[in-house]
Ligand binder design. Structure first.
Ligand code: LLP
Length: 463
């Protein structure tokens, strides 16, 4: 077995079945529509990619590389698709995937809600003008100051995650005379990753109140007994990169079972139910996630059926997609700096970014694809590995990809599917400034998050 065959064949958060090098080399110039934002095309005349009509070479000249390129029309369409698919349900965009004030403004215009999970994300949400009542505040360790700020701002739903937090929030409610609206995060015993859901080891995690262990029921009792928080409903989030509805089905059934128990015991029918996020996307041609409309149809049918069986009224639903809205709406644009053939093994193509702008390959063994963006090539495909400029051997952006044999220094290279959890998880490893986010729409580009500079980084040194 060669070294690169020994790695995990199944990358949970990578969302791919098996290593991409098993793929047969296709046309190196082709763009697979499921991987790219909707306005990205290859210009027949120049061979360069265009985004919303703007030539990628022009974008690189104007904004430099590396840069995250955001297709605004694509993002808006995904927001609308989720909203339509889930009918009357509230769609909370999960800000942890990627958040910036400009993104929040678009969410406001598109009528979405927003899930934040720290004081920092809350600050961006408010800066971007999200009405506070359309915010959900998550987190397993919200500080007293974060909770106070949320209550002060009038955040719509606080998703409580521990008895400590219930205690803190109860005190804040008493002190301020306000009545925060809360959901209880329930650990339902389903942990879904990619295609399978695993019903073991699920209780062993930091999030939520255990359903099986009885903590969720105790949390309900405590909140009802204190009488100062408004208990709106239950919440469940079962994982990430979920491709079908089977995991949600088990989760919904279990959580509605608790709902029925609460009704029986306390005479309370909780009016809301949040089924979380985790809807998967395609990172490579190997991935085939369900359409939001199909998942939504399944989820709503399951909830209705279960409620009918339990003699409950159907609660108002909400969901929290992050990746599925922003993931495919962005790609990363790099410039190739060096190309190295390691004899008989592979070709290393080094770009001007790396694990500081996309940690997912190193962290989750995630699979990505790449294409030469500024031109086409008639050369045959070669198997290449796209690596970054960091001082670390594991600094890999795309593990295996077929690139044209004439890939060379100076080429622009685009990696699709990097909208979610890349800029938001970016670091300054090796003191590399983080790339900008450039939004492109209707033939024009604008910076929505500026590039960091070395001066930005040096300003933090106070010694
Ligand atoms: N709601 C809750 C409560 C969550 O914890 C998450 C993600 C979401 C919604 C959104 O999940 P999405 O639809 O984006 O899959 N860093 C990892 C993902 C961590 C997800 C954490 N929670 C990655 O890069 O894949």
């Amino acid at each position: 077995m060669r070294a690169h065959e020994a790695g995990a064949l199944h990358a949970d958060l990578g969302g791919s079945h098996g290593p991409s090098w098993l793929r047969t080399p296709g046309d190196v110039n082709a763009l697979v529509p499921t991987l790219w934002p909707k306005t990205v095309k290859r210009d027949d005349r120049t061979g360069a990619l265009t985004v919303a009509g703007v030539d990628i070479n022009k974008i690189a000249e104007e904004h430099g590389t590396p840069a995250y390129i955001f297709d605004e029309a694509d993002f808006r369409e995904r927001c609308r698709r989720f909203k339509e698919a889930f009918g009357g349900a509230d769609v909370y965009y999960a800000g942890k995937a990627f958040i910036a004030a400009a993104i929040v403004r678009i969410l406001v215009e598109e009528g979405l809600f927003l899930d934040v999970c720290t004081g920092g994300e809350l600050a961006v949400a408010l800066k971007g003008g999200m009405p506070p009542e359309r915010l959900g505040f998550h987190g397993n360790n919200k500080s007293t100051s974060e909770l106070s700020r949320a209550v002060e701002a009038g955040v719509g739903r606080i998703i409580v995650d521990s008895f400590d937090e219930i205690g803190r929030l109860t005190r804040i409610a008493r002190d301020t005379g306000k009545t925060p609206k809360v959901l209880i995060r329930v650990t339902v015993g389903v942990e879904a990753h990619t295609h399978e859901y695993i019903a073991t080891a699920h209780e062993d995690q930091k999030f939520g109140f255990s359903l099986a262990g009885g903590a969720a029921e105790q949390a309900v009792e405590r909140i009802l007994a204190e009488g100062v928080l408004e208990l709106c409903g239950l919440h469940s989030h079962i994982g990430s990169q979920i491709f079908d509805s089977s995991g949600f089905e088990v989760a919904a059934r279990r959580i509605l079972g608790l709902q029925a128990k609460i009704h029986e015991k306390h005479g309370v029918e909780l009016p809301e139910l949040d089924l979380g996020g985790g809807f998967g996307i395609a990172y490579t041609t190997q991935d085939n996630p369900a359409e939001p409309a199909d998942l939504a149809g399944d989820l709503m049918r399951i909830v209705k059926q279960e409620c009918a069986a339990l003699h409950l009224s159907v609660p108002h639903l909400s969901v929290e997609p992050g990746r599925a809205i922003v993931g495919p709406a962005m790609f990363t644009l790099y410039q190739v700096g060096t190309v190295k053939d390691v004899d008989g093994i592979r070709t290393y193509v080094s770009v001007d970014g790396g694990m500081s702008d996309n940690i997912r390959t190193a962290l989750y063994d995630a699979a990505y694809s790449a294409t030469v963006a500024g031109r086409t090539s008639t050369e045959p495909p070669i198997l290449a590995r796209v690596v970054g400029k960091h001082c670390e051997a594991g600094d890999i952006v795309v593990k295996d990809e077929f690139l044209p044999a004439d890939v060379r220094a100076g080429d622009l290279l685009a990696v699709p599917g990097t909208g979610a959890y890349c800029r938001s998880m970016a670091s300054n490893y090796n003191h590399v400034p983080r790339p900008p986010v450039v939004a492109v729409a209707d033939g024009a580009s604008r910076v929505i998050v500026r590039r960091e500079t070395e001066d930005d980084l040096l300003r933090l040194d106070v010694g």
